[in-house]
Design a protein around this ligand. Structure first.
Ligand SMILES: [Zn+2]
Length: 263
């Protein structure tokens, strides 16, 4: 029996999971870019949900795919990440870093074996970056023809973050992340419960303070920074700042994605 084929993909579809097998065959023939959002399920202080990183990664991935209409699709996300450093605070479910590497290399390897050549991973959780670097090296060995790129979310917004009012210590569940969540959907934020966490280097315990040096790198569990696991003061976050941050991130990822599609 002859297999059916399709000559176009339904134009409104951005999610790989909403494509049919026939449409996926066509997406492969057109050498589409696949975007993999990865996040985390971990404590985000008293006012943000535990899936904050997954929600932001998914939001950015979908916005990038929207800009590249029909040339990129968002593959089903990985909503658990590498979060042992948040394990002492409520709500965290972490993968072993080796399991995370295995999941990423399994998914990317299968897609490469099936004929896709370009994968961009967008991680809402900075703690996944080291494992993504390992996954990239594994894939270079097993699938050298696959272009596998990965990127953080918040760290891309250098300009919007530079003008964001932030405390000396800032980061997890702080001004930037809370602003992004307010911009995505303010119902996701329990605003009256937002509280400041660690805000000044001098207030940190010695080992926590040392961990704020980028290189050499050391790490502590987040209960060592502050009781609520927050870095910064999320009470100053605004949806407007979040829109600017997300806009810069999406613009940079769209530009990079266009380069990937030219390969
Ligand atoms: Zn986060």
């Amino acid at each position: 029996m002859t297999r059916q084929t399709v000559t176009e993909i339904r134009p409104q579809v951005r999610q790989y999971g909403e494509l049919t097998s026939l449409e996926i065959e066509l997406a492969k023939q057109s050498d589409s870019l696949l975007i993999l959002p990865v996040g985390a399920c971990e404590q985000h202080g008293d006012g943000l949900p535990v899936s904050t990183d997954s929600i932001r990664a998914e939001h950015v991935a979908t916005a990038v795919a929207e800009e590249l209409a029909g040339r990129a699709f968002v593959i089903p996300s990985i909503d658990y990440g590498v979060s042992p450093h948040h394990g002492n605070l409520p709500g965290t479910i972490t993968l072993d870093p080796r399991t995370f590497v295995d999941i990423v290399t399994t998914v990317a390897g299968q897609l490469s074996d099936s004929g896709f050549t370009r994968i961009l991973v967008i991680t809402g959780h900075g703690g996944n970056m080291a494992a993504l670097g390992v996954a990239q090296q594994v894939l270079l060995g097993t699938h050298p023809n696959l272009t596998f790129a990965y990127s953080p979310v918040s760290a891309l917004a250098t300009e919007a973050t530079a003008i964001l009012p932030r405390t000396e210590v800032s980061g997890h569940s702080g001004e930037s992340e809370t602003s992004q969540m307010l911009a995505i959907d303010d119902r996701l934020v329990d605003s009256p419960r937002l509280t400041a966490g660690a805000t000044a280097l001098d207030d940190l315990l010695p080992r926590a303070r040392l961990s704020r040096t980028k290189s050499p790198a050391s790490a502590v569990t987040f209960d060592q920074y502050s009781e609520n696991g927050v870095l910064g003061d999320p009470r100053t976050a605004t949806a407007t700042a979040g829109d600017d941050i997300l806009g810069e991130i999406v613009a940079k990822l769209v530009a990079y994605s266009r380069e990937m599609l030219r390969l």
